[in-house]
Design a protein around this ligand. Structure first.
Ligand SMILES: [Cu+2]
Length: 230
């Protein structure tokens, strides 16, 4: 999860997020190279008086500074498109969960089971247990099996919300009357935190998302316990 004074992204917990982090580093590398070059040219121009009043044009340098930026843009666009289509891919999911945004909580339905669903409310500050994170913990976590493709169907009951978990590389708009689809694979066990990412009203900041990735057997135990309770 995020920590104080953090500058970069959260650590990746899914293959797609891994790709996104690599792409971010790649793009930032190009930004740094260009910024360095521009800064050098600015400093060189303001600190010297080297001018040549006889040179009026130079075809060669104009060709270079036209073609080179185009090549750089292609080097950013192609990997970007690759990840874009990679994220759209739904690879035969083992589990489908419907996430519904409400004012102001999330509800989850495990549609592969007959009667498995629950609401997920934020735990108020005064009720937090030691080790819980303020404004991020929920009373019921969305439990998923690790290393399994999981599909999330996202929609909303009332207004626009957005279901987002940064470390899984997932952010999907929850639109009333529309069913959106996204997918992820949790590559390790862990608890991954997210928040509603669409300004949805007064308690927008207080409807966090908690995904708990566990080994498959633990998930089976959890789901049978939830079914007994229902
Ligand atoms: Cu919301």
């Amino acid at each position: 999860m995020a920590h104080p004074t953090q500058l970069g992204f959260q650590d990746a917990a899914s293959p797609v997020m891994e790709e996104l982090l690599h792409f971010h580093d790649h793009a930032l590398m190009i930004v740094f190279l260009i910024s360095t070059l521009v800064l050098y040219i600015i400093i060189a121009m303001v600190s010297t008086k080297l001018t040549n009043k006889y040179i009026l044009d130079s075809q060669e340098i104009e060709i270079v500074w036209t073609i080179l930026p185009a090549v750089i843009l292609v080097l950013i666009a192609l990997p970007s498109l690759r990840i874009l289509y990679l994220m759209d891919e739904i690879n035969d999911p083992h589990l489908t969960i419907k996430a519904m945004g409400h004012q102001w909580y999330w509800s989850y339905e495990y549609t592969d089971y007959e009667n498995l669903g629950f609401d997920s409310y934020m735990v108020p500050t005064q009720d937090l247990a030691p080790g819980h994170f303020r404004l991020l913990e929920t009373d019921h976590r969305m439990v998923v099996p690790m290393e399994s493709p999981v599909r999330v169907l996202v929609s909303a009951e009332d207004v626009l919300h957005s279901w987002a978990v940064p470390s899984l590389g997932v952010k999907m708009d929850a639109v009333p009357g529309r069913l959106n689809q996204t997918a992820f694979i949790a590559s390790r066990p862990g608890v991954f935190y997210g928040q509603c990412s669409e300004i949805c009203g007064a308690n927008h900041s207080f409807m966090p998302i908690v995904v708990e990735a566990v080994p498959l057997e633990h998930f089976e135990n959890w789901s049978s316990l939830m079914l007994e309770d229902a």
